[in-house]
Design a binder for this molecule. Structure first.
Ligand code: COA
Length: 408
């Protein structure tokens, strides 16, 4: 079966996580993604290695379905080869530190001169302004995008979330920008620049906290468990702070992930009272309505926990869902990697790699009925130099010399 982005060619100069997470999705959607690396390779090939001299899981899990070429963009010959390469691609993606591509001699003006149809996608830490020239990593974006100040418990420090909203969150925003630009090019024939700042992507994901910042000016946030409010949205532990109250309650046997997150919708209260053995609370005016419960959410979840602590999270999951009560057991990474339904959904996928053998990766969460994803292994460094430089650019006979001179 064909793929959605068949025929779209992406020159992928991304590294680390944010950019590679974007181009990996483009590859899964069917684009021909050619990863251009410095002759030393993406730094993550060697970071967090679990096996000696083998591409790390950090790299292999973010660079599936791509091809790899090496090119020294700081050499004159490298720059010349790049100018030949660029017109053959629809998209150039990069997430270097600010100004790196300009320093190589390939700012946006030069790029569009070389290829007016080019979509040039850049990820940076920040937009225009005082931070433009600053580098950024995942948690820097979480810190400056509104996530850290609103994550954690009231009496503890700001916390980073394990989900990589700054890196992979920005990657997926960039996918959207690239696809929109490709679509617009169908009408205009022109390429364009796509920029996504990690701070902006995190802020977009933390949107509801800005909602609450404005609600604060009209009084305390009643849906939050906090008792006192200053002039900024507080950390609210595991409360959603949203329209329906929720909390993580403990389950048996009391291990670090023996918790289940329970949401109490208005219709859920009556069945919950039966499950927890307190049917008297269903009609008790002190408990019967969401408004009545609002000032004692901590007590409500304590009542639920007094019941849940006697059952495993899987039993609680089954019992709550039997009454149509939204809930989610806290799954450990081990439970996730062993989860049959995630494997069936091709979200936990096994891939063969010539150097490391079989490894497990996370599949593509975007499912298209006419464009199925086949997850294929990440490329070895420069594995496709021959294909691209030899077969496409006709440099086959020069490859040994180019390698010896450190150009590829
Ligand atoms: N050939 C020759 N040189 C190359 C090259 C190639 N093919 N590819 C990259 N380089 C060079 C660049 O020219 C640059 O050198 P310069 O600074 O002398 O101009 C250098 O390698 C890369 O610099 P940089 O991207 O700043 O790497 P870093 O390791 O110092 O910083 C980040 C890493 C992630 C902090 C930085 O890239 C960044 O802020 N990126 C944008 C935000 C981002 O995506 N962060 C999240 C990453 S998960």
């Amino acid at each position: 079966m064909g793929k959605a982005l068949e025929g779209v060619r992406v020159l992928d100069m991304t590294h680390v996580q944010s950019g590679p997470s974007c181009t990996q999705i483009l590859a899964w959607l069917g684009a021909d993604v050619v990863k251009l690396e410095a002759p030393g390779g993406d730094i993550t090939r060697k970071q967090l290695r679990d096996l000696p001299d083998v591409d790390s899981l950090y790299f292999t899990m973010l660079n599936c379905n791509k091809r790899s070429i090496t090119l020294n963009m700081k050499s004159e010959e490298g720059k010349r080869i790049f100018t030949e390469l660029l017109p053959r691609f629809d998209v150039l993606a990069e997430n270097f530190g600010p100004g790196a591509l300009d320093r190589m001699g390939f700012g946006w003006d030069r790029l569009r001169e070389l290829n007016p149809r080019l979509i040039f996608a850049s990820i940076k830490g920040f937009g225009e302004g005082p931070y433009t020239h600053f580098k950024a990593y995942e948690v820097v974006a979480q810190a400056m995008g509104g996530s850290m100040s609103t994550t954690g418990f009231e009496d503890g420090p700001p916390l980073a979330t394990g989900a990589q909203i700054g890196d992979s969150g920005t990657g997926i925003h960039t996918v959207a920008g690239i696809l929109a630009a490709l679509y617009q090019r169908e009408r205009t024939g022109r390429g364009q620049r796509v920029t996504v700042a990690m701070q902006h992507a995190v802020l977009n994901l933390a949107r509801v906290k800005l909602r609450d910042q404005q609600r604060l000016t009209h009084g305390p946030l009643k849906e939050y468990p906090n008792k006192e409010f200053g002039d900024t949205v507080p950390r609210s532990g595991n409360a959603s702070g949203g329209g329906q109250p929720g909390w993580a309650v403990r389950c048996a046997p009391g291990g670090p992930n023996d918790y289940i997150y329970v949401i109490v919708q208005p219709v859920g209260w009556e069945p919950i009272t039966k499950l927890i053995g307190r049917p008297d609370l269903a009609d008790d005016p002190e408990w019967a309505t969401p408004e009545a419960r609002l000032n004692k959410l901590d007590k409500m979840f304590q009542l639920i926990e007094d019941w849940s602590i006697g059952h495993s999270k899987w039993e609680v999951l089954a019992k709550l869902n039997a009454s149509n009560i939204p809930c989610g057991p806290i799954l450990s990474t081990k439970e996730i990697i062993e989860d049959e339904s995630l494997a069936t959904n091709e979200m936990v996928v096994k891939v063969d790699h010539p150097e490391r053998g079989e490894f497990t990766t996370v599949g593509c969460p975007i499912k298209l009925s006419d464009s199925p994803v086949d997850v294929e292994r990440s490329p070895l460094l420069g594995e496709h130099n021959e294909d691209i430089y030899g077969s496409e650019l006709g440099l086959g006979e020069q490859l040994t010399g180019l390698k010896a001179k450190g150009v590829i």
